[in-house]
Design a protein around this ligand. Structure first.
Ligand SMILES: [Zn+2]
Length: 145
């Protein structure tokens, strides 16, 4: 239920694992404990269990994305350097790719207006700063104000 939030956390550069429906609570708690992750959830039962294991939790009560993000940003700062460093779909760290290599893979206007491009080696998705970056920056500003 927090899929959009997960996508945004990745755009901010946070290492974000989004639990799929096949994962049960036991597996989730084990992973959070082992990988020292903060558990973000709306599930009250899961929160009680996580507290017993001393897993750091953020209880998400709002269904509004901006409110959800402001809850997170109250606890952690976004590092400008990590913005747009991860794939929003799969969490993989992005690699910079030569401009020439994306020539026929992005819209012509995007190619013309951007000098630098990054790509996800897992999804083959190409990222550039233009619209993505502006959207992220204005989101951060909006939430912080
Ligand atoms: Zn990816």
């Amino acid at each position: 239920m927090l899929g959009t939030l997960a996508k945004w956390l990745r755009l901010f550069g946070f290492d974000t694992f989004y639990a799929n429906a096949e994962m049960d609570d036991d597996e989730l708690l084990e992973m959070a404990e082992k990988e020292n992750r903060v558990l973000i959830t709306r599930d009250k039962e899961l929160i009680i269990r996580a507290k017993k294991k001393n897993i750091q939790i953020v209880e998400m009560t709002s269904i509004d994305l901006d409110e959800q993000l402001s809850v997170i940003l109250k606890n952690v700062d976004v590092d400008e350097k990590t913005v747009l460093s991860r794939c929003s779909l799969c969490d993989t760290i992005l690699n910079e790719i030569k401009r020439d290599d994306v020539k026929n893979k992005v819209p012509e206007k995007v190619f013309r207006n951007n000098d630098r491009f990054w790509f996800c080696s897992k999804c083959d998705k190409i990222y550039w700063r233009g619209s993505h970056y502006d959207k992220i920056q204005s989101k951060i500003n909006k939430i912080k104000s």
